[in-house]
Write a protein of this length. Structure first.
Length: 525
């Protein structure tokens, strides 16, 4: 990072963070001050409830900080100066990051400085004020703080040790914080200079020493390769225009996501991976899976594309107009809705999906191999971070690429300890009593919580697998003899099922257990 601050804010960030640590303006400190119910209200964007709670508490420096930096309420000048220091307060005002009110008797902070626990460390993220706590319409140059999308990407990005990291479109620097201590070199880029100023302030005393570069898309890092690329680009799907820098790319429909996917592939070092948020259109004439897969090279890459949700064009437009704090009943929103939906209709858009894209450039030995791409929906609820699963997914996929029919049969496996065998029955409507069998199902109770239906034969075979026991072929032979079944008839079904179960991590090849040990509940460590 440049030794000279880019902005006045970066120059005072160190002093502010020191004060915040002393007065307990931290995630834990605020939670203790407000209590669980009112902390939840704060996270839910209910400022009146937080304000009510503060009035009921004894005055304290922490309470003043919450009022000033979370609620952005006008605060008595002397009171705030007594908390953060007169010099720091004057610098905030002089930099137009706070404003004086009532002939200078009170002051209102105009930006957000929020505490967050990221990568196991207390951090403070500097950003523009959002609309969650005050009546505020984000402007075209708005710089986001820690939102739902950035939190999702944090959890979906691996934190295993790596070399060179690029955070494309770093914004306020949130994703950079997530890579603290795990990389040898880290770079953040943004087309928006104001974003880099916030990012520099965020990174002061954060444990992250990043190079911050200004420029469009991958231009600032032209010719460079990275071991890990992270991007939460402006991927809003719509007409080719820019109303808000943080969300609009100026590209038509899902062109921004396509650009980031294509150029990430050209900037990945062999063995490197990219972890992206993105959005894509649904159209009648082609599946979304094929559309996104076509953005990737035909050879030399593996990719896992996960659609977390999809919505109708009308719902999508309404969501993003509300993001601008527009009244959906008003004239402006009505006209914007008409224009946006007409654009979708002309393009044949029937829906918009969004989710995660994880890409791995294969090693030199596989550089000419056909790309291994899986695009699937993941709409089920889960809580575990996706980052460790992505790492394990690529390892499982590589193992599968290396196998033949015979090697799959000769391998040994372990059922993931978190897998449950569910015997699904429903009420017997015909009999009017009791239950009737529907299916047997193997389900993970950790990670993405994948489920696969199996028949009684496959369930029995899988239950007999042991990483130190019989291999798959021997287990099939033993089961066939016991049941009087032709062994060869079981092979094709078993091989197809094993491939699917390994891909989703319900079944783990013994060869991978050392690299990805599982604990008593089955989570990869």
């Amino acid at each position: 990072m440049s030794p000279e601050p880019r902005s006045p804010l970066a120059g005072i960030a160190e002093n502010l963070k020191a004060v915040f640590g002393e007065i307990g303006y931290t995630t834990a400190g605020i939670a203790e001050l407000l209590g669980p119910d009112y902390t939840a209200a704060m996270h839910a964007g209910q400022p009146a409830a937080v304000r009510y709670r503060l009035r009921a508490l004894p005055a304290s420096p922490l309470g003043v900080a919450v009022a000033a930096f979370v609620l952005r309420d006008p605060v008595d000048v002397d009171t705030l100066a007594g908390v953060i220091g007169t010099g720091v307060l004057h610098e905030l005002v002089d930099a137009h990051l706070a404003e004086r009110l009532d002939e200078g008797r009170r002051v209102r902070v105009l930006i957000d400085i929020r505490p967050h626990m990221i990568a196991g460390r207390q951090q403070w993220v500097f950003s523009d004020a959002d609309a969650s706590m005050t009546e505020h319409v984000p402007g075209p140059d708005h710089v986001l703080g820690v939102g739902a999308a950035s939190l999702s990407l944090l959890q979906a990005t691996p934190t295993t040790p790596t070399g060179r990291v690029l955070d494309l479109g770093t914004g306020s620097g949130v994703q950079l914080l997530g890579q603290a201590g795990v990389c040898s070199e880290i770079t953040g880029t943004d087309v928006h200079r104001r974003a880099l100023e916030f990012a520099e302030a965020t990174l002061i005393d954060s444990g992250v020493d990043a190079q911050l570069l200004e420029g469009s898309w991958f231009d600032p890092v032209a010719g460079r390769e990275f071991d890990r690329i992270i991007a939460n680009p402006p991927f809003v799907v719509g007409p080719p225009q820019i109303a808000h820098v943080y969300r609009d790319s100026g590209m038509d429909l899902d062109g921004a996501t396509r650009l980031v996917v294509e150029q990430s592939c050209t900037h990945l070092a062999p063995g490197g991976s990219a972890h992206l948020l993105g959005a894509w259109v649904h159209q009648d004439h082609r599946s979304w899976q094929q559309r996104v897969a076509d953005w990737l090279p035909d050879d030399g890459f593996a990719a896992w594309i996960i659609e977390r949700d999809s919505v109708s064009p009308a719902q999508y437009v309404a969501t993003w107009l509300a993001d601008e704090s527009l009244d959906l009943r008003g004239r402006e929103a009505a006209e914007r809705t008409r224009q946006w939906l007409e654009h979708f209709d002309r393009a044949g858009v029937t829906g918009v999906g969004f989710g995660f894209i994880a890409i791995q450039r294969l090693g030199l030995a596989e550089s000419t191999s056909r790309s291994d791409i899986l695009a699937e929906t993941l709409t089920q609820y889960f809580e575990d971070p996706l980052g460790p699963e992505v790492v394990e997914y690529f390892a499982r996929s590589q193992w599968l690429r290396d196998q033949t029919r015979d090697s799959i049969l000769s391998a040994r496996y372990r059922v993931r300890p978190s897998v449950a065998l569910e015997d699904v029955k429903v009420a017997d409507a015909a009999a009017g009593m009791g239950f009737t069998d529907v299916t047997l199902r193997l389900s993970r109770m950790d990670g993405p919580r994948w489920s696969h239906d199996v028949d009684t034969h496959l369930a029995a075979v899988i239950s007999g697998l042991n990483p130190e026991g019989l291999n798959l072929a021997e287990t099939l032979e033993l089961y066939a003899v016991a049941r009087g079944i032709e062994e060869q008839d079981l092979h094709d079904e078993a091989i197809a099922a094993v491939v699917d179960l390994v891909r989703h991590g319900l079944l783990l090849p013994a060869e991978l257990l050392e690299g990805f040990p599982v604990d008593s509940v089955g989570s990869a460590r």
